[in-house]
Design a protein around this ligand. Structure first.
Ligand code: DGP
Length: 119
């Protein structure tokens, strides 16, 4: 795959996308990459990220809604394959919401019952 136009050499997930850091890859296409979360919170916990660097989901929605659609489709497809299709898709956005990596990532969580409201 070609190098994304938008890339931050200091970004953890840009480095995963580039293959510079190891990750358990689950799926990828020309727009998005999915890999297992290092600190899983459910039997299925996969992060889906755009290849290009965008800080958070609102930024991605403005800059590249097509890639956001690809991200959601890939998350749903992984949940279908790995957990029968029921899943939670979480985008932590900003420090108060618990975002720690500023390359947008959808958390696909599945494989167990989940409470609401979230913590
Ligand atoms: P958030 O707090 O929403 O920004 O989520 C960041 C997630 O990224 C968190 O669940 C742990 C995960 N994570 C952090 N560093 C790495 C890494 O190097 N590899 C993988 N696979 N996951 C990571």
């Amino acid at each position: 795959m070609s190098t994304p136009a938008l890339r931050d050499p200091d970004c953890l997930f840009c480095r995963v996308v580039a293959g510079e850091l190891p990750a358990e890859l689950i799926a990828q296409d020309d727009q998005v990459v999915a890999f297992r979360d290092l600190n899983p919170q459910a039997p299925v916990h996969v992060l889906v990220v755009p290849r290009e660097h965008h800080a958070d989901v609102a930024t991605l929605a403005r800059a590249d809604p097509d890639a956001l659609g690809a991200l959601v489709r890939m998350g749903a497809s992984i949940a279908q394959e790995q957990a029968g299709g029921q899943f939670r898709l979480v985008f932590n956005s900003g420090p108060d919401a618990g975002q720690s990596v500023y390359h947008v990532h959808g958390h696909v969580l599945a494989g167990r019952g989940m409470a609401w409201p979230p913590g």
